[in-house]
Design a protein around this ligand. Sequence first.
Ligand code: C2O
Ligand code: CU
Ligand code: CU
Length: 456
Amino acid sequence: MTFSRRQILVGLAGLGVVGLGVGGARYWLGRPQDMARHDYELIAAPLDVELVAGHKTPAWAYGGQAPGLELRARQGERLRVRFINHLEVPTTIHWHGIRLPLAMDGVPYVSQLPVLPGEYFDYDFIVHDAGSFWYHPHTASAEQLGRGLVGPLIVEEREPSGFQHERTLSLKSWHVDKQGAFTDFSVPREAARGGTPGVLSTVNGEHAPTLELPAGQIVRLRILNLDNTLTYRLNLSGGEARIYALDGNPVVPRPLGKDYWLGPGMRIDLALKVPAAGEQLSLRNGPLRLATLASVASGETAGSWPAALPANPIAEPDLQRAETLRFNFEWAGALSQNIEQGGAYSFWQVNGQAWDINDKTCADRPIATLKKNGHYIFELRNLSQYQHPIHLHGMTFKVISSNRRQIEPWYTDTYLLGKNETARIALVADNPGVWMFHCHVIDHMETGLMAAIEVV
Ligand code: C2O
Ligand code: CU
Ligand code: CU
């Protein structure tokens, strides 16, 4: 594949610089001056943030915030983002969950060349599906996502959805110590187990914030797990909440229930009936409070539950004629010999193969080749004692069965495969390209749990 050229910045003149941040000369752009050519100019650059009171954390930010600026687009329209790299390292942007052409997928040496410091790259694609998505680099991911390069991408429905109010809640647990300094994003002994967890939980970059919501109204909460490692066990005890969408795709609305397990990369859209003014609810991860939802008086008449969201235009796999492919996810044992030669650790394998993140040619050896427009069932077997949020780029799949639980089929881009679980997912291979297929626990992905699936 030949890559479209990255452009070198000639300087910041003419880019619509809007200001200098504190803690160094940083240039943050929102809407560009030249709206005819792109919808956003998005800068990645270092930014000191205050996660721990009185201390600075040297984060990396998109658009002047970490988690990054919320990008919005409307279903069926183009999204054009001029991405500008003011970091000192090469990077890319991957659009998680978006079905787009390979050249826009942000995987280095597969979709594009890395965007070097001082360069920009124009991302431009149509968003076919409405829902809650997100964006992040696909280079040195443990560090880059760990330092804050994660952000929401919201695609609004073509027609008004019936929700009058909404909030985006980006969940991230930071790898910082008590002084706000970063700790290791990936520790080998943790990567070989459940992944390296952060210790400071935040919602929209703030630890245990209080979010004010209008009393009596129905609010759409878009909850995004942008964390490297953690599966959140979400609950909102005492609240009246219904699930409207999972990972960007609508479901028949149903009560939230007592715990929803939201793995890394996954999203859930809830409708919450905000209680009477003065009351509070806690959004929790298991027993731990993530945020307080405080009801404040609202002049509006009480809201009512919106209808289910319209389905996205995803091709329906025909299970009768689908071909079944099997993928085993397993622990690969001891430290690899690669280490002495400067290679990556490999603790994990997909069908007996481990992806080496330092090897630019891995994508040349796809683990499976699908025929364009063919129908497929993937049988995913987890042979390990840890759960793996299995994510596929480029196509959305339907979850059809599991040996561990009752499945009400739904469409997603990430399936949280439990310990020793075998699950079946199905898809129509309607997007040609070489697509990453990996665990979204970042240090699992970086220590072998990644493969490429080719559609030709
Ligand atoms: Cu969020 Cu390779 O993906
Ligand atoms: Cu992705
Ligand atoms: Cu994993």
